[in-house]
Write a protein that binds this ligand. Structure first.
Ligand code: HEL
Length: 418
C-alpha cells in the first residue's frame, strides 16, 4: 500500500494530463473563475485517505489524522500514535500546533478591520506603523499576499533545524525584534514585484492587529473568531510553552539521517506568533475555513479581496492569508498549510465552504511527508481515483492509469528537506 502511494507521487506529467481536466487559472489578481461547489464534488475516497495516512506513518510520521466535514456528515481517519513514549493512538480529538494556518486567522482579523473602515489594504504600512519598515511603498496588501519583499528571518534562524529550534524553544521575542532580524538582510524584491513567502509579513500583520484593535493578537483571535465560531479547542497561549489538554506530541526530524526525532511539543512559538502560533483541532479548523468561505467571518467584498490570487506555481495561488490549491480533478480548494517543529497541517475547504478537510502529521522537517499530505486533498475532494486510458505513443496500446500526481512546491527555501 505504501509503495503504491509513493509511486503515485512520481507519476509523469503526461499521465497527469491524461487524467485531469485543466484547472481554471485566474489571471494575476483576476477574479476567481473556478467552478468547485460541494454539489458537484464526488464522494470522498475514505480508503484512499486511510492509505495516505498509513503512507505518512511509513515515511516517518509517528501518527496522522484527517477529518472531513461535509454538510453535517463527519468522516475521520487515523493511523499511528500521538505520543511515541506512551504509544497512545492518535485521534481526531487531539489538539496540535497549526503553524502558518494561523496566517489565515490573522488575515481575517485584518479584513474585519477593513470592513470596519479602520484599515485600507492599499495604504502604506508606514501610515499605521511609522518608521517600522524602511520602504514606504510596502502596503498592507503586499504583506498579506507575501509580495512585500521582506526577508524571511526563519530561513536564517532554522538553517540548522535542531540547534536552530533549541535556541528559540523557550525564547520570547517582541514583534519588533523579529522585524529587526528580517531587516538585517536585503529585501528579496521591490514591493509588489514578486511573491516570496515570508513569515515577516505576518509578524507585521500582528503589529497592525495590536495597533488597530488596542489588544493582543490572542484577544483579537478570541473575540473575533474563536468565540463567535465556538471553537472550543483553539488557543493562542503565547508565551506559554504547553498545549493544553489532550494533544498530539510533535516530532522534529533531525537533519542527520537516522538520528532520533526530537520531541518539539513544548515551545513558546514566539519566533512565529501571529505568523504561526495557534493551537487547534481538525474539527475547529474545518469550522473556521467553512465559515470563512461561506462568508460568515467577513463581508463578501472582503472575501473577494482575500481571493485575488497571485500565482505561486502550476497548482497553487496565494490570496490574502489564503491559499488556493488546484487539484488533479479540476476542483480548487481554499485554505492554508502549516509547518511548525513537530507538526504538519493541511486545512482546506471547497469554494462554498461546504466540504472541508484538515489533516495533521505529527512530524516535520520531512519533505516526503509534506508532499504525501497533498494526497489527503485528492482523496477528500476528488473522490476515488479515475481510471483513465493512456495510450503508448510507440505501440498505440492502451493501459489504465490509476495514479495521480501530488506535489507540494510552495515551500520557503530551506524549510522542508527530504
Ligand atoms: S514554511 C511553509 C509553511 N509555513 C512556513 C511556516 C509555516 N513555518 C516555518 O517557517 C517553520 C520553519 C521551520 C520548520 C522546520 C521544521 O520542518 O520543523 N524546518 C527547518 O528547521 C528546516 N531547516 C511554507 C512550509 C506553510 O505551509 O505555509 O507554517
Amino acid at each position: 500500500m505504501v509503495s503504491r502511494t509513493l509511486r503515485r507521487a512520481t507519476v509523469s506529467t503526461a499521465a497527469l494530463l491524461t487524467l485531469t481536466s485543466a484547472p481554471a487559472h485566474a489571471a494575476t489578481h483576476g477574479p476567481d473563475t473556478t467552478h468547485s461547489t460541494a454539489l458537484a464534488l464526488p464522494a470522498p475516497d475514505m480508503a484512499g485517505l486511510r492509505a495516505v495516512l498509513r503512507a505518512l506513518t511509513a515515511q516517518g510520521a509517528p501518527g496522522a489524522i484527517a477529518r472531513i466535514d461535509d454538510r453535517g456528515t463527519v468522516r475521520t481517519a487515523a493511523a499511528g500514535v500521538a505520543d511515541r513514549a506512551t504509544r497512545r493512538s492518535i485521534g481526531d480529538a487531539d489538539r496540535f500546533r497549526i503553524g502558518s494556518v494561523t496566517k489565515s486567522f490573522s488575515a481575517v482579523v485584518l479584513l474585519q478591520l477593513v470592513d470596519a473602515h479602520k484599515l485600507d489594504l492599499d495604504a502604506s504600512v508606514d501610515h499605521y506603523l511609522p518608521g517600522l519598515l524602511p520602504d514606504r511603498r510596502i502596503t498592507v496588501r503586499h504583506l498579506l499576499s507575501h509580495r512585500s519583499g521582506l526577508y524571511d528571518y526563519t530561513n536564517s534562524l532554522f538553517a540548522d533545524s535542531v540547534s536552530g529550534f533549541e535556541a528559540v524553544r523557550d525564547k520570547v521575542f517582541t514583534y519588533r525584534q523579529l522585524v529587526r532580524l528580517s531587516l538585517k538582510h536585503p529585501r528579496t524584491n521591490a514591493p509588489g514585484a514578486a511573491y516570496a513567502y515570508s513569515n515577516t509579513n505576518f509578524v507585521v500583520a500582528g503589529l497592525l492587529i495590536e495597533k488597530l484593535t488596542g489588544h493582543s493578537v490572542g484577544t483579537a483571535y478570541r473575540e473575533r473568531i474563536i468565540k463567535p465560531l465556538k471553537l472550543r479547542d483553539t488557543f493562542y497561549v503565547h508565551p506559554d510553552t504547553r498545549i493544553p489538554g489532550r494533544h498530539a506530541h510533535g516530532y522534529l526530524t533531525q537533519d542527520r539521517k537516522g538520528a532520533k526525532p526530537v520531541d518539539a511539543t513544548d515551545q513558546t512559538v514566539s519566533w512565529a506568533q501571529s505568523a504561526g502560533a495557534l493551537i487547534s483541532t481538525t474539527h475547529d479548523l474545518n469550522t473556521f475555513f467553512s465559515a470563512l468561505l461561506s462568508g460568515r467571518l467577513t463581508s463578501r467584498a472582503a472575501l473577494t479581496q482575500m481571493q485575488r490570487w497571485t500565482p505561486v506555481n502550476s497548482t497553487t495561488r496565494y490570496g490574502l492569508g489564503l491559499r488556493r490549491r488546484d487539484l488533479s480533478c479540476g476542483v480548487s480548494v481554499y485554505g492554508h498549510t502549516g509547518a511548525v517543529q513537530g507538526f504538519y497541517t493541511y486545512s482546506f475547504t471547497s469554494k462554498d465552504g461546504r466540504r472541508s478537510l484538515t489533516a495533521l502529521a505529527n512530524t516535520s522537517n520531512n519533505g516526503t511527508v509534506l508532499n504525501t499530505m497533498a494526497g489527503t486533498l485528492e482523496s477528500a475532494f476528488c473522490g476515488k481515483r479515475t481510471r483513465a486510458i493512456q495510450r503508448s505513443p510507440l505501440t498505440g496500446r492502451g493501459s489504465y492509469v490509476t495514479e495521480r500526481r501530488v506535489a507540494y512546491e510552495d515551500i520557503a527555501p530551506g524549510i522542508a528537506r527530504d
